[in-house]
Design a binder for this molecule. Structure first.
Ligand SMILES: Cc1ncc(COP(=O)(O)O)c(C=O)c1O
Length: 375
């Protein structure tokens, strides 16, 4: 059994994907070909932002955002303690100070109360300048943007949505990728909208910031790429990847419906035995991962062994909270209690899931989980 069945998706979209790749090869327009612009306009429309600006990967999308807003030395970026390092890594590379906030016990997203507490601590200390919060749609579950935006507004912070795992997810009718001042996503192959290599995008409504990001992704270009007005980077989505993503984006709404039905199926079977994903009413998760939580690290180890023995892959997203990463050992914590992110990292495990998982596979996985987790 596969953890994420990418092959089944390819088989469904094979004809269109192959044809699209062939067109790029026939035209030899490998860099910023017309498929890139087409994909960008379809994606902007899907997400509900004025601009979708593609780039080389999700980490670069976040880097372009931090660069465009001039985030650097002594600026603080607040970040959930449970995420992938790329949410904050480019800001730190630019000289910013990361300040980690505990996550909510149920949603696993940044806890807005912890966010405000950390902002106040930074202000009271007076050493650094609070600048931005990066809120992650963790595992595909939308962050609590109403509350985050309120806190950010109160203290004048920029809100960056890291929607690397959240494309396809919704709060009400609004799509992830459209929250906060600006958003980033990733087209890493296993993401809800993945390409066949690396890719990413920035979503924004502001014309000036959009122009800055388009310049930054192309070596800080001015009127053209050999006329440079700022220091930028080389960060473009390959035309072939855009050609692959066009049919995948068309399929995404169908896949999202399947994800909800299949996740609900797992949850219904497993609810009495483990903690299943919590999605707030009116929200839709993209279920980039379907993660369950058991009572202890020992129980998780036991469960993973049984799954492995029976040919079922499982993965831990993520085993190490940011505050305990060796690279961040000197980062100020302001005595924040990271109980929820620590517990999450010790007791959670992702099980096989994709829009292409069969009910038989789900039944098989569930049976194994129940055999370990029933009292
Ligand atoms: C939350 C989050 N942010 C950022 C990234 C970075 O994306 P990429 O791998 O495309 O650079 C990822 C990818 O795993 C992610 O999960």
């Amino acid at each position: 059994m596969e953890y994420i069945n990418l092959h089944a998706q390819y088989k469904k979209l094979e004809k269109e994907i192959n044809e699209n790749i062939k067109i790029v090869l026939e035209n030899s327009n490998y860099i910023l070909g017309e498929q890139v612009q087409l994909f960008e306009s379809c994606l902007a429309q899907y997400v509900g932002r004025k601009y979708a600006i593609t780039c080389s990967d999700g980490t670069a999308a976040l880097q372009l955002i931090y660069m465009a807003y001039g985030i650097g030395k002594n600026d603080v970026v607040f970040c959930p303690d449970m995420t992938f390092i790329a949410s904050i890594e480019p800001a730190v590379m630019l000289g910013a100070v990361p300040v980690f906030c505990d996550i909510d016990k149920k949603t696993y997203n940044i806890d807005p109360v912890c966010l405000e507490r950390q902002i106040i601590e930074v202000i009271n200390e007076g050493k650094y300048v609070p600048k931005a919060v990066v809120a992650v749609d963790f595992l595909g579950n939308p962050a609590e943007f109403d509350k985050i935006n309120d806190v950010a507004k109160k203290y004048g912070l920029l809100v960056i949505e890291d929607a690397a795992q959240g494309i396809g997810a919704q709060i009400g009718k609004r799509m992830c990728g459209s929250f906060g001042d600006i958003s980033a996503t990733s087209f890493f192959p296993s993401k809800p909208l993945g390409c066949y290599g690396d890719g990413g995008a920035v979503f924004v409504d502001d014309d000036a910031i959009a122009n800055t990001i388009m310049s930054l992704r192309s070596h800080g270009k001015g009127i053209d790429k050999y006329h440079n007005i700022r220091i930028g980077i080389n960060s473009r989505l390959d035309t072939i990847q855009a050609a692959i993503l066009i049919p995948k984006l068309k399929e995404l709404p169908i896949e999202m419906e399947k994800r909800t039905v299949l996740a609900d199926y797992y949850s219904k079977i497993l609810n009495d035995y483990v903690i299943t994903p919590f999605v707030a009413e009116n929200n839709i998760s993209s279920y980039a991962q379907y993660v369950i939580q058991v009572e202890s690290r020992e129980k998780r180890d036991e469960l993973r062994k049984v799954l492995e023995k029976n040919g079922v892959p499982s993965l831990i997203y993520y085993p190490c909270p940011m505050h305990s990463m060796p690279v961040f050992e000197d980062v100020p914590t302001y005595n924040m209690n990271y109980d929820n992110s620590t517990h999450y990292s010790e007791c959670s495990v992702g099980i096989p899931f994709s829009p292409y998982i069969t009910k038989e596979e789900q039944d098989y996985v569930s049976k194994l989980i129940i055999s370990v987790c029933k009292q």
